[in-house]
Write a protein that binds this ligand. Structure first.
Ligand code: XIL
Length: 313
């Protein structure tokens, strides 16, 4: 409670983890997290019901346009139903937009899109998932979560526009939606033409303001600051990462629509960034508030300072 008011499972509540075989659910890890959270007096986020990754093997061989709706609703009823009333917010749909795929509306060409497509006339799997989630756990905030919307470059701008258009369409269709999740996997010293203090700014602020105008909350759901472009020297890296935490949090916390900030992991010891693209020199990333020895880093101090400007978890 001293360090965090809210937790999220990195992988343990994804589709493949909770329904590894069709119709047979596995809850050991998620149950563990919920009981830890309850004991500790902290909240839990649900991540996630719909994603193009972390699908079980049987999805490809067994799911068709004819049975996909039933599979999706059954999954949400089983997983969402088990934890109903105990979830702060559910990432109902994660990363549905990828304008580079060239589909109408910028929709990602995902396994869900193939069987229950979002088209010009239907919101497909997105509408089914959000409606089921609301029915199953009416107390949880329902979130559309995505990445690549944070920076000032043109790709981020296109992504923001496509995501906002999708959310607007959902609202027009009466699809239940409470919040936009901005993952916030960002880079220390990125976009050097602007300098780190300008890498995240008006575009991001505009998107948050737009979400607020639509009556949505905004959650910062997966914040981490990779140090891939930074030198090996640890104090220099830590300073760059901390400066980016400060600059980014200052931008997002300036808007009251932002009601939660979560980092993606707690300690550098277990960060996904070392297993993803990582640093060229193979040094471990120093991207989170606690280092590999679980000691607070300058990023921790930066985060605390930023959060103290607002009463937020
Ligand atoms: C990542 C996990 O951190 C990794 O352990 C896993 O191998 C792949 O998924 N956006 C998301 C998260 O919404 O679910 C991803 O988590 C990171 C990017």
């Amino acid at each position: 409670m001293q360090q965090a008011g809210i937790v999220v499972a990195e992988n343990e509540m994804k589709f493949v983890a909770t329904e590894p075989e069709r119709g047979r659910f596995r809850f050991e890890e998620a149950d563990f997290l919920f009981s830890f959270a309850q004991r500790s007096g902290i909240k839990v986020r649900g991540h996630n019901f719909v994603w193009h990754r972390a699908l079980p093997k049987w999805f490809e061989s067994e799911v068709t346009s004819a049975n996909a709706e039933q599979v999706l609703v059954q999954h949400i009823e089983a997983v969402g139903g088990r934890y109903a009333g105990r979830v702060h917010s559910w990432d109902v749909v994660n990363e549905a937009v990828e304008w580079k795929d060239g589909l109408p509306g910028g929709m990602r060409d995902s396994p869900w899109q193939k069987v229950l497509p979002v088209t010009e006339t239907s919101l497909g799997y997105i509408e089914i998932a959000f409606r089921a989630a609301r029915r199953v756990d009416p107390g949880a905030l329902l979130v559309y979560n995505d990445y690549g919307m944070e920076a000032e470059d043109s790709a981020s701008g296109k992504k923001r526009a496509a995501v906002l258009a999708l959310l607007q369409r959902m609202q027009t269709a009466g699809v239940p939606l409470d919040a936009l999740g901005i993952q916030s996997h960002i880079s220390a010293g990125s976009h050097t033409a602007f300098g780190p203090e300008h890498a995240y700014g008006p575009g991001l602020r505009g998107m948050i303001a737009e979400a607020r105008t639509m009556g949505l909350k905004v959650l910062i759901t997966e914040l981490d600051v990779n140090d891939r472009t930074q030198p090996a020297d640890i104090p220099a890296r830590d300073a760059a990462v901390a400066a980016t935490y400060s600059a980014y949090l200052k931008q997002v916390l300036a808007d009251d629509a932002v009601t939660a900030v979560l980092t993606w992991g707690i300690t550098d010891r277990y960060t996904w960034l070392n297993s993803a693209s990582g640093r060229k020199d193979k040094l471990h990333e120093r991207c989170l508030p606690f280092d590999e020895d679980l000691k607070p880093t300058p990023a921790f101090a930066a985060e605390v300072e930023a959060l103290q400007t607002r009463n937020i978890g």
